[in-house]
Design a protein around this ligand. Sequence first.
Ligand SMILES: [Cu+2]
Length: 350
Amino acid sequence: MKSSNVGTLLGVAIATLGLVLGVTADGGPLSDGGPLSDSGPLSDSGSTTAIETVGSSTDDQGSSPASPSPPTVAKTDPDKKSTQSYPADLEAELALAYSAEAPAKSATRTFELRAAPTSVQLFDGRLFDVWAYNDQVPGPVLRVRLGEEVEVRLRNDLPQPTTIHWHGVRVPNAMDGVPGVTQEAIPPGGSFVYRFVPKDAGTFWFHPHVRGAEQVERGLYGVLVVEDAEPLPYDQDEVWVLDDWRLGADGALDTRFVTRQDLAHDGRWGQVITVNGDAAQFVVVRPGERIRLRLVNTSNGRVYRPSFGSLSPKVIAVDGMTTRQPLDLSGFVLAPGNRLDLDLATSGHR
Ligand SMILES: [Cu+2]
């Protein structure tokens, strides 16, 4: 903390970024989005933070682009079939972005994951029957540095076979988790060791690749953060996992998966939205702090449009890929599977 010189005036101004939640199945707001903070709005801005959903299963209002216009690509020569030329600076940037080889292994980070049915407290404090990694929803955040090898020892205590797919990670094919293609599905009671050195720093996630529309929806997902070899000096580095849950009339998870309704409506849409498994999520910040906020959408069908009011965060990475420069958040949405890394600066003095 560097707040020792802040003085008494701001010394108690610990603020929260409240995430305003609540949508119905048709996407309309349940709450009016007042701040959920009990310690006052952030600094003097009075801003609130909201994650809205875009469109709905039947009424797609989401016409904004998922990302800003792509960089200009030089025209291809119709006579030269497979040669595509880019401006030299873009060529250089892409070359840096996708190194062909993983960096030399500096160390191995070992994680134990156990996939099993369990009960967890989610949005309303009730115990909720889920399937989870290590009895938690979301599963653990696996955090490594670029150059470190990821070793995940997965034990399957589910009543179904399973695998793990590393969403967005360039892994050796045998580690990709596709049953019957890159590995045999891990039977109940079985285990498997995933081992790879990520080639890229960024925000990724992992989930089963067996009956994904059921196993992910039951709660099996976690986040893999690959930090830069020299992490940027953020005061905080937070992960927010967005998901929606479809409940039956009894309030428990609706265990009818891949229904005709789902197939006809762009996937399964839940009535309850959670951030890190909770109905509300806060980040406690001190004046002047700078936060890297990693948003991950693990929903099956829902698209989110994050909004942070006057905080105006910048997008610094999209789907695990660092942007060429910080970009305005407006216009960005999070479709299922998407990640957005945000740079959030708070006002105040140091
Ligand atoms: Cu995926």
